[in-house]
Design a protein around this ligand. Structure first.
Ligand code: FE2
Ligand code: FE2
Length: 470
């Protein structure tokens, strides 16, 4: 008989992601779980995450390093919790039921079990198996630099890591010291696995389902381990669609977002870009505090907030998210730009229209429409208006669902920098999550640049629109 485990790690208070993974595993008939630590801090639902895990059947659960931050707060004088840096830990601590915290802190640091001939070892960080190897080679800070300006697919990341590990004698020497078995760990927030050729050694990092930092933007990871009684092992790396924008929208409405504002904002930035930022922000805050001559650590509220304001104004990275009311003025501006093209290409049909607040609010309130925006340094630089439509119910049409891209625009001066591609990728995820079968849009025949862009994103011509004057 084969035993199958869903392996997940680094949930960090992101209960919607945790539930998605459990649901996906359930659909695949998996009801055994291995969870490799870091349940709280960063997302606003730590208590719900713990409760969900406590309820899981057939599970192996260990502690992560972040559990220690909560443990350290037990019995401390809360009146002294006035710094800025630790507000996130204080918030988590105050929002976890004492019995849930007790469960969390009762978890072991490591776990081991055997199935047939196979020994499985679980620990939070790969250090225990590989020494200091993973983070300097391809930890999230390294990947953030390596993949700063490109769209990263799962295939690309797997290929790059496989190549690196296959060719690195240091890695080979480290795995040679391991006995046969499966070695499971999380902590780096990067999904990867490696089967040592000619030996029964399998290394598995399922990545972080709550806060992935492996540069793959529109999905969350977990892995499935299969062990047969005679010692065969296999791993399947899963990525499931997950709307980080919807999640961030919810996160922004929580008391955590208010009470641990800086941390929540940096984490939101990490989530939406799937790249490390906290390490860089902490480094910046250290420099800033030193310059200012403020030696209080953890950082004081004032220094923490000032450092954030300066740091964020220097970030040029693009965040893709759902639009809300505060974006209306910027969107009106972009629509004007877009309409200039329409008026130029087809003056017989188009004029500059005035899209008032009601137009946008209608979209925001609709269950089947949204505007996805690209934001750089707090400025909206592009958008995509999408809607989910059912095909007409006529006998000759398959009963399909389409995600229709009504409008897409990127600020003229920022085109050809990959922003449009990222908006299209986000639209695809939006459609997949709503079970759309395909995506459709219309292009003016004169818009050859636009057509090239869409072709690159996988679109092809399916129909020509024709008309005549009467
Ligand atoms: Fe973590
Ligand atoms: Fe960790």
């Amino acid at each position: 008989m084969n035993l199958r485990y869903a392996i997940l790690s680094d949930i960090h208070g992101n209960q919607p992601a945790l539930l998605k993974v459990i649901e996906d595993a359930g659909k695949r008939g998996i009801d055994h779980f291995i969870i490799a630590g870091d349940y709280c801090i960063s997302g606003a639902w730590p208590d719900e995450c713990i409760a969900t895990i406590m309820d899981l059947p057939g599970k192996v659960v260990i502690r992560g390093n972040e559990e220690r931050y909560l443990e350290n707060l037990i019995g401390k004088d809360q009146a002294a919790w006035t710094d800025g840096q630790m507000q996130i830990s204080y918030w988590s601590y105050r929002n976890i039921r004492p019995d849930h915290l007790e469960y969390l802190l009762s978890l072991p640091q490591t776990a081991e079990f055997a199935y047939g001939k196979t020994k499985v070892h679980v620990t939070h960080s790969s250090d225990q198996f590989l020494g200091e190897y993973e983070f300097p080679q391809f930890g999230p800070a390294v990947l953030a630099g390596r993949y700063a300006d490109c769209v990263v697919t799962k295939e690309r990341l797997s290929r790059d890591l496989q190549e690196l590990l296959d060719q690195d004698p240091v890695f080979a020497a480290k795995v040679n010291t391991l006995e046969d078995g499966v070695y499971i760990f999380g902590h780096s927030h990067v999904q990867w696995s490696y089967k040592v050729s000619g030996r029964n050694v399998l290394l598995v990092n399922p990545g972080s389902c709550g806060l992935p930092l492996d540069a793959i933007e529109e999905s969350i990871p977990y892995s499935i381990l299969t062990i047969s009684e005679d010692g065969e092992t296999g791993i399947e790396e899963i990525r499931i669609p997950f709307s980080k924008r919807d999640y961030v929208k919810k996160l922004r409405q929580t008391s955590q977002y208010e009470q641990a504002a800086v941390w929540s904002k940096v984490i939101t930035f990490e989530l939406l870009t799937a790249r490390e930022h906290m390490t860089f922000f902490l480094r910046f805050a250290e420099q800033y505090a030193n310059q200012k001559g403020d030696d209080r650590r953890p950082f004081s509220m004032e220094t923490w907030e000032e450092a954030y304001e300066i740091w964020v104004s220097n970030q040029a990275e693009t965040v893709i998210r759902l639009a809300d009311k505060e974006d209306i003025a910027a969107l009106q501006q972009l629509y004007y730009e877009l309409e200039q093209d329409a008026v130029r290409f087809q003056p017989e049909h188009f004029v500059h229209g005035n899209r008032d607040a009601l137009f946008f609010e209608g979209i925001f309130q609709s269950d089947t429409q949204d505007i996805i925006v690209a934001e750089q340094n707090g400025k909206i630089v592009g958008f995509a208006h999408v809607m989910i439509l059912e095909q007409k119910r006529v006998p000759c049409l398959k009963p399909e669902r389409v995600i229709y891209l009504q409008d897409l625009d990127v600020s003229e001066e920022l085109r050809s920098q990959g922003i449009g591609t990222r908006l299209i990728e986000a639209c695809k995820v939006y459609g997949k999550e709503r079970e759309a079968d395909f995506m459709r849009t219309q292009v003016f025949p004169q818009n050859t640049r636009g057509m090239k862009f869409y072709e690159k994103a996988g679109f092809s011509e399916k129909m020509k629109t024709i008309e005549t004057y009467l």
